[in-house]
Design a protein around this ligand. Structure first.
Ligand SMILES: CC(C)(COP(=O)(O)OP(=O)(O)OC[C@H]1O[C@@H](n2cnc3c(N)ncnc32)[C@H](O)[C@@H]1OP(=O)(O)O)[C@@H](O)C(=O)NCCC(=O)NCCS
Length: 144
């Protein structure tokens, strides 16, 4: 069974394993551990029969959600998990009076950009050389 639910401390081993396998500049376990305790933040996982298939999260700041993490484990991609998790993240954010959301994405990350466009995000500018390993520009996206 596939469930979207809040991330808890006991998910962090699997979350960090996905994070390290996915990103060249991964978040530390301490960063996730802190984020899940902040009352203004929302961190979700997709749990498939007890296995973490993906996660996403945001920081709530001044009525806006800054989406900080989105990842789906490679073996679970192209099953609609990314779209389902983000739809739920935005819905939970709106319940907390977050009315606009932003994120950055590598300009070469076509599948993520397609997903964000599908959800209604619009391109809002480029942050030059935002990423390292390898150096790359970020596309800034917003949804209101
Ligand atoms: C970007 C990412 C989160 C997308 O997750 P995902 O769960 O694969 O996303 P979805 O399944 O919702 O959509 C991805 C594709 O699968 C397709 N899809 C969804 N359900 C499907 C199904 N049942 N059968 C076939 N294809 C399907 C979607 O149409 C979409 O196609 P497209 O890429 O051609 O537009 C994932 O690829 C990932 O973790 N990438 C590495 C980390 C990353 O880049 N994170 C974003 C950083 S900003």
């Amino acid at each position: 069974m596939r469930t979207i639910r809040r991330m808890t401390e006991s998910d962090l081993d699997q979350v960090c394993a996905i994070e390290q396998a996915t990103f060249s500049d991964p978040w530390s376990r301490a960063s996730f551990a802190k984020a899940i305790t902040e009352p203004t933040d929302i961190y979700l996982v997709c749990d498939v029969n007890g296995e973490i298939a993906g996660y996403c999260g945001l920081w709530g700041v001044a009525g806006e959600g800054q989406i900080t993490n989105v990842a789906v484990k490679d073996t679970f991609r192209r099953q609609g998990i990314g779209e389902e998790m983000l739809t739920r993240l935005l819905a939970e954010g709106r319940e907390k009076d977050l009315n606009a959301y932003t994120l950055e994405v590598r300009v070469s990350n076509e599948s993520a950009i397609r997903l964000y466009h599908r959800l209604g995000f619009a391109d809002a500018g480029i942050r030059k050389r935002f990423y390292t390993h390898p150096t790359e520009d970020a596309l800034i996206m917003w949804i209101v």
